[in-house]
Design a protein. Structure first.
Lengths: 231, 297
């Protein structure tokens, strides 16, 4: 993959994500992590090679079909990409409104999800009034509200303290346990090491895979988000 | 935008920010265009009414010029001619014009009191035609020939053609002006849509990544600009209606002047401006937004 006439940022990437898998994506800045995620959430098309998502060749799939594939992919952005003029509730409900659901269909689900990520008291607040951690959890809630098949998170712990990072990671693991394929791009080597999850490492645009180090060793004393089984 | 933490769910929460200072320029421009369009239509309606009135007057009358023969005087010949055409079907009244009336017709050119008493004047007969089934020029000619009169009939057809052509020019000019104004409005909205999409690139990106189709995004801009254009066109139409009302009031029953007789009903044309503004803006915004969005991944 390349941007315009610039050198390729990803080269010879051969990757197959198994449904229900959990991977960390690591690499130095500029190694191509965000570009790889962009390819997976179909914000870019490969300049060469083949990209298949949900059995669709993205290079040949008509533009009009891409939105329906994107609806099966949740994305947590490093910069959140929340809409500041919408409340937390409306931000989370946005993918459902886009999919054509009505308020009475999604209201209780959205409220339950916001409570699940610890934002039950802040659901009518606007993003500019939320802390970094709250925005991060709001972004996660929006990403998972449609129950996506794939969840991509770009540095989801980059704006929060270590305790919050562990809570967010635990949330993502919970989602993975119910079948969501999860890919997390992270700089946090300590978090990656503690997770024991398989790692995809990018170096100068080339991808290498490191298998899981062992069972999931999350400390049980980390607070979770009071799971309600909503998903 | 209020950041108060006191809202409930809003099924119609605006996905695009509802207010933007950049909209002011668009509102002002569309309001001015709407004002101009409404004024053009009001003027065209009034001018058309004037043209129709003149045409009606011209088509409802004819003039017969009589040349006396033999020992007959001009007045006698005119009286006979009036009698002859008065019996034609489709004529409601025929009257020989006396010298005083003929002099009155010349006064604008020669001045009052400047017409010598011995100046020979044409002997004229004014003929009022029936509005339902007016007699033709040929009918009148036949009656005059039958009465052995040397006379020519002027049915004003030459003037009527000019008046009708003037009316057509006014109508076509107004239609072209409205078309140009609509095109200008569409261009302004297209420009604003481009600006809006560029300014709200972040929102559009989020919508796309949340699975929004192009037409969903385009519809947001379409609704937004249609709403703005409706409001702006209503302001312009209101201002134009106010100007039209002033023209009507200052001109008495004839409107601004006999040449531009504005009627109260003409002002109703302003009601169409917000609707047409919304349609033009919606079509323009939708097509531009779709064209831009199609260029993206």
């Amino acid at each position: 993959m390349r941007y315009g006439q610039a050198p390729e940022v990803l080269r010879d990437v051969d990757l197959r994500l198994t449904p229900g898998s959990f991977h960390f994506l690591t690499g130095a800045s500029g190694a191509g992590k965000s570009s790889l995620l962009k390819l997976i959430y179909i914000a870019a098309r490969p300049s060469r090679g083949t990209l298949r998502i949900f059995d669709h060749d993205i290079g040949t799939t008509p533009r009009t079909e891409l939105p329906f594939l994107r609806r099966r992919i949740g994305v947590v952005f490093q910069e959140f990409h929340l809409l500041d003029h919408l409340t937390a509730f409306d931000n989370v409900a946005l993918p459902l409104r886009i999919a054509g659901h009505r308020l009475e269909q999604y209201q209780s689900d959205v409220i339950e999800l916001l409570e699940w990520v610890g934002l039950g008291e802040r659901m009518w607040a606007y993003p500019p009034t939320l802390s970094g951690g709250e925005k991060q959890r709001l972004s996660i809630a929006r990403a998972v509200v449609t129950k996506p098949d794939i969840l991509l998170a770009d540095e989801p712990t980059g704006n929060v303290d270590h305790a919050m990072a562990l809570r967010i990671l635990r949330l993502l693991v919970e989602l993975n346990r119910i079948g969501t394929t999860v890919v997390i791009a992270s700089h946090d080597q300590d978090l990656v090491a503690r997770s024991g999850m398989p790692v995809m490492h990018l170096e100068q645009g080339r991808l290498s895979l490191q298998p899981a180090a062992g069972p999931r060793p999350f400390p049980e004393d980390v607070d979770t988000f009071a799971g309600t089984g909503i998903l | 935008m209020s950041l108060a933490d006191d809202r409930g769910p809003d099924p119609a929460a605006a996905i695009l920010p509802s207010r933007d200072f950049r909209d002011l320029g668009l509102v002002f421009t569309v309001a001015v265009l709407s004002f101009l369009a409404c004024i053009a239509v009001i003027a065209a309606l009034a001018a058309d009414r004037a043209a129709q009135g003149w045409a009606r007057q011209l088509s409802g009358s004819a003039t017969v010029q009589v040349r006396p023969l033999g020992g007959e005087t001009g007045a006698e010949a005119a009286a006979r001619a009036a009698e002859a055409v008065a019996g034609v079907k489709g004529v409601s009244e025929a009257r020989a014009m006396d010298r005083k009336a003929a002099e009155a017709l010349l006064e604008p050119w020669l001045g009052k009191g400047n017409i010598p008493a011995d100046l020979p004047l044409p002997q004229l007969v004014t003929v009022e035609l029936s509005p339902e089934h007016p007699a033709s020029s040929a009918d009148l000619n036949r009656a005059l020939v039958a009465a052995h009169l040397n006379a020519t009939v002027d049915d004003h057809s030459r003037w009527m053609a000019d008046v009708r052509a003037s009316g057509d020019v006014v109508r076509v000019s107004a239609a072209l002006a409205c078309l140009l104004i609509a095109t200008a409005a569409a261009s302004v909205v297209a420009f604003a849509t481009r600006q809006g999409l560029a300014a709200r690139r972040d929102v559009v990106e989020v919508l796309h990544l949340c699975g929004a189709e192009d037409r969903f995004v385009a519809r947001l801009f379409q609704m937004r600009f249609a709403s703005l254009a409706t409001r702006a066109a209503a302001y312009g139409a209101l201002a134009a209606a106010a100007v039209g009302a002033i023209l009507r009031l200052t001109g008495g029953s004839d409107g601004f002047s006999p040449a531009l007789p504005v009627a109260w009903t003409d002002l109703l044309a302003c009601l169409a401006a917000p609707v047409l503004g919304a349609i033009v803006a919606a079509l323009s915004a939708h097509s531009v937004a779709m064209a831009i969005l199609r260029e993206q991944v």
